[in-house]
Design a binder for this molecule. Structure first.
Ligand code: GRF
Length: 321
């Protein structure tokens, strides 16, 4: 199994979600391990449990410190632990923009409502008062706005006729304990999920000027130019075109560049079966170390190879300066 993703959990209290994550991580096929539990509350009950489970703990009260200063202390402890992801589990602090930026796309939270409904506190009573038939919980990425980042997973929980905030909260908590470990597992392994990879390619290909998507012999492909005369500059191969791996096919400047790339990194590049002779290159996307900046650059270079002159002329002029 690939190396496990390293997780730091931040808590402020009871830590029942933390416990769910800690026990999920004990399973040998779990794709993450918990390397740190940290808190702004030194006597948070969750810390005692983490320690008993032989997980490193760290606590630093926020009292008397600016938000930025406290976040920096927490950030440094997380970095020292070697964690790659921060998982908030009842961490009752608003985070500074700087901290959120440092952990962008690497920080998750669980919230007891079906986001985007009922951000903030008192979610159960608000759902009951609104006459909702279902409440629930959401796992989302953390962005600068409170409870506002992209939702990764949700579980609906029925509201019973005589529910009050407390009874509803207790059932939602059971759902949280199921949802968080599985959503985290899916997120940390997303780079191995062909659908996720395809979406990354799609976004970058369609961000280029005058592009559209069109399947070619079952493989997703992207063309530049009009719907009628457009030319392909990229294909996504997943057992298509005789390819065994998940790969992006893009055009190089010719056979020389193709050979040079394969020479530099034969684990990353290969000549694609059907397009190899015309100078296309395959870039593997299933190595677990995809450099998305590099992918965007190769898509752009390929686009430049086939885009109509009227689109590349301005770029050629700019290149002269
Ligand atoms: C949970 O209800 C969670 O949704 C919210 O804070 C609570 C934390 O509970 N973010 P616990 O500390 O995990 O038991």
């Amino acid at each position: 199994m690939a190396e496990k993703a390293r997780i730091a959990i931040l808590i402020s209290g009871r830590g029942s979600n933390m416990a769910a994550l800690v026990y999920a991580a004990k399973s040998s096929d779990c794709p993450y391990e918990i390397v740190l539990v940290a808190s702004n509350v030194p006597d948070a009950p969750g810390l005692t449990l983490a320690q008993a489970e032989q997980i490193d703990i760290f606590a630093h009260p926020h009292k008397g410190l600016s938000r930025e200063a406290h976040d920096t202390i927490m950030h440094d402890a997380i970095v020292r632990s070697g964690a790659e992801y921060v998982v908030l589990a009842g961490y009752m602090r608003i985070l500074s923009d700087g901290f959120v930026r440092k952990w962008a796309d690497h920080m998750l939270n669980i919230h007891p409502s079906l986001l985007p409904k009922y951000k903030g506190l008192d979610t159960y009573q608000r759902a009951i008062d609104a006459g909702d038939k279902v409440a629930g919980c959401s796992v989302h990425l953390v962005t600068a706005e409170l409870d506002d980042g992209p939702v990764l997973a949700q579980t609906e929980v029925a509201i019973l006729p005589d529910d009050d905030a407390e009874t509803l909260a207790s059932r939602i908590l059971i759902a949280e304990h199921q949802l968080y470990p599985s959503a985290l597992a899916r997120y940390v392994t997303r780079e191995a999920d062909p659908d996720w990879i395809l979406e990354q390619i799609r976004q970058r290909a369609l961000a280029l000027q005058e592009t559209h998507e069109r399947a070619s012999f079952g493989a997703p492909g992207w063309r530049v130019g009009s719907q009628t005369t457009g030319k392909y500059f990229a294909y996504f191969a997943q057992s298509h075109h005789g390819e065994a791996s998940v790969a992006l096919l893009v055009k190089t400047t010719g056979l020389d560049e193709q050979a040079a790339l394969i020479d530099v990194d034969p684990d990353l590049y290969y000549a694609p079966k059907f397009y190899g002779k015309s100078g296309w290159i395959a870039i593997r996307l299933d190595t677990g170390r995809t450099d998305w900046g590099h992918i965007a650059e190769r898509l752009y270079k390929s686009w430049c190879q086939v885009a109509p002159k009227r689109l590349t002329r301005l770029i050629d002029i700019a290149d002269q300066f």
